[in-house]
Design a protein around this ligand. Structure first.
Ligand SMILES: Cc1cc2nc3c(=O)[nH]c(=O)nc-3n(C[C@H](O)[C@H](O)[C@H](O)COP(=O)(O)OP(=O)(O)OC[C@H]3O[C@@H](n4cnc5c(N)ncnc54)[C@H](O)[C@@H]3O)c2cc1C
Length: 398
């Protein structure tokens, strides 16, 4: 039998994080959204980020035996939705840490997990965040033709990790890295002689440079940076899995989980836009009646509700599958991410329409939500690339 009910623990988490985000995150996020300079965001956001760290938001995926929350995928998804209902930027700041730990969870040895999770959980700065550095200015070059022809994914990375005695020397540039300017830890995808591989490093490693903070269209409370690794010397033991060439498998594992979480984040944005538009449509009176009674507006509202219901059902199925199968399902997660983010874009755009001219004004919440929604179609794999990956996996029968 299909069961859509959450467990007591999941409900408790949803309610407590939802309350924290609505009460403390949302009002601050609205202020941060107006700041012109991304360098001004962190000093104002630091206190709330510390509160989120204290609640364990960056450690949801770290198993309990290492001191993390050990949350299942449905819980992570529900929390991503609650966070982004209040603000997608803050959701990104906390969410990315969970994504960044996935290469270690997927490919790391027991010793590596013990060492790095302990470091993260015992970090006393109150800002124990992690980032995942995969994207490069020239693209990471997923070779679609090779996938169709051989079933193998290939990457063309310019960030190189060159063996040098007991170390690697890592050189290269990574762009658009969420949390890159504030994280304490970073998982880096780099090319080695044995192929693409992940490394885990502390961000205070000499040679780890934050060269620029990005100025984003939406998600303006989210830290996002260009990183440069300047001949950074990293011990060989920091190579995740201790064997070169596992980076692509680990990356597909990351996307298999994270796309479903980003899908849940997208639904949070859509839900916030729907809630605002629905209330407005009952309150705005034209010709003596609430505008929801105009069929054209009522249909917009109904379509928004329909898309959100469909997207959430799809996302929960992907999350549930990842929990029950114990391995990620990249096809379902990719499809859920594409559908949910397209839904977020459509619903937020329609929410602006329901508000009419007022929707275009910054004093109302929906224009921010529309800007926040756009990038969900881009990050964690563009919807074009994810559709391609899904088609390939369907073709391969995976
Ligand atoms: C706000 C933000 C946060 C991000 N956070 C992170 C992060 O934390 N870590 C990280 O590593 N990356 C991050 N990214 C990077 C993000 O994942 C990439 O921007 C995204 O994967 C697209 O890559 P690109 O920007 O190089 O676009 P391009 O690859 O240049 O794509 C340009 C266009 O071509 C299309 N295209 C490209 N290749 C194909 C193909 N094979 N098939 C079909 N269409 C294709 C794309 O869909 C797009 O429309 C973030 C990006 C943003 C904007």
């Amino acid at each position: 039998m299909v069961d859509f009910s959450l467990t007591k623990e999941q409900i408790a988490m949803k309610e407590s994080i939802g309350k924290f985000c609505q009460k403390e995150v949302k009002p601050l996020a609205a202020e941060l959204d107006r700041l012109a300079d991304p360098n001004d965001v962190f000093p104002m956001a630091e206190k709330i980020i510390k509160k989120g760290v204290a609640l364990g938001l960056p450690f949801m995926v770290i198993p309990k035996k290492y001191g993390g929350l050990g949350a299942d995928n449905i819980t992570v998804g529900v929390v991503f939705e609650e966070m982004s209902k209040a603000d997608a930027g803050f959701a990104g700041n906390f969410g990315i840490s969970n994504i960044a730990w996935l290469p270690l969870l997927e490919g790391g040895t027991e010793d590596q997990k013990q060492k790095w999770f302990k470091k993260a959980l015992e970090d006393e700065s109150g800002l124990s965040l992690a980032c995942w550095a995969a994207t490069e200015p020239q693209g990471i070059g997923i070779d679609s033709d090779k996938v169709w022809e051989t079933g193998e994914f290939a990457l063309n990375l310019t960030t190189k990790a060159v063996p040098d005695g007991d170390n690697y020397r890592i050189t290269g540039e990574k762009c658009f890295i969420t949390g890159g300017g504030i994280a304490k830890f970073c998982t880096i995808l780099a090319d080695t002689p044995g192929g693409p591989s992940h490394f885990i490093v502390s961000t205070d490693t000499p040679g780890f440079k934050v060269t620029r903070l990005e100025d984003l269209m939406g998600h303006r409370a989210m830290n996002n940076a260009v990183l440069f690794f300047d001949d950074m010397v990293v011990p060989k033991e920091n190579l995740i899995s201790k064997e070169e060439g596992n980076g692509i498998t680990e990356m597909m594992g990351v996307l298999g989980y994270s796309d479903a979480w980003v899908a849940a984040l997208s639904i949070g944005i859509a839900q916030a836009a729907y809630d605002a538009a629905f209330e407005y449509s009952k309150m705005r009176i034209i010709s003596d009646k609430p505008i929801i009674r105009f069929q054209a507006v009522g249909t917009l509202i109904a379509d928004m509700a329909m898309l959100i219901e469909a997207a959430r059902t799809m996302v929960w199925k992907a999350l549930w599958t990842n929990d029950s199968e114990g391995i990620p399902n990249p096809r379902l997660s990719a499809l859920a991410k594409v559908f949910a983010s397209d839904t977020a874009m459509k619903v937020t755009t329609d929410a602006v329409q329901v508000y009419g001219g007022a929707g275009y004004m910054k004093e109302n919440p929906v224009e921010k939500l529309m800007r926040d929604a756009k990038v969900t179609q881009i990050y964690e794999g563009t919807n074009q690339v994810l559709r391609n990956i899904a088609a390939t996996l369907l073709f391969l029968g995976v």
